[in-house]
Design a protein around this ligand. Structure first.
Ligand SMILES: [Zn+2]
Length: 129
């Protein structure tokens, strides 16, 4: 069914906390930067077993350590013609989001206009304080 790999026409940040994608079929999705980070597909974030020095597998899922800059998107680098690799404020940059992973994340977490308005309000309040 999905023989044609969909690619985003545009990927940008309308707000520091939002990531928006526009696809070739004209669909537009907006998600939180935070969601984008939480869905990082790398082995460490997605909780695949990581072999450690002592030979035991450790699972990192759910550890969810909060480091400063975790949700601060530093850069978004295109990888070949098949995906993007973000670099985060906490130094994490192992996540490679292929176009199909990216589309899945956007479709599953697309914000409604109300939710976007709500986030706008929150961030306006945050800067006031
Ligand atoms: Zn990751």
């Amino acid at each position: 069914m999905n023989e044609i790999i969909k690619k985003p026409k545009k990927l940008h940040r309308p707000k520091p906390y939002l990531l928006q994608s526009e696809w070739e079929d004209g669909s537009i999705y907006t998600i939180k930067i935070q969601t984008f980070r939480d869905k990082c597909p790398c082995a460490e974030c997605s909780g695949e077993a990581m072999p450690s020095i002592d030979g035991q597998n450790r699972f990192f899922a759910g550890l969810n350590t909060m480091k400063p800059g975790k949700y601060e998107l530093k850069s978004l680098k295109a990888v070949g013609n098949y995906g993007v690799q973000p670099a985060w404020g906490d130094g994490h940059d192992a996540g490679l989001y292929t176009w199909d992973i990216l589309l899945d994340i956007f479709v599953a977490n697309n914000l409604t206009q109300e939710e976007i308005d709500e986030l706008d309000k929150k961030s306006a309040n945050a800067t006031k304080n």
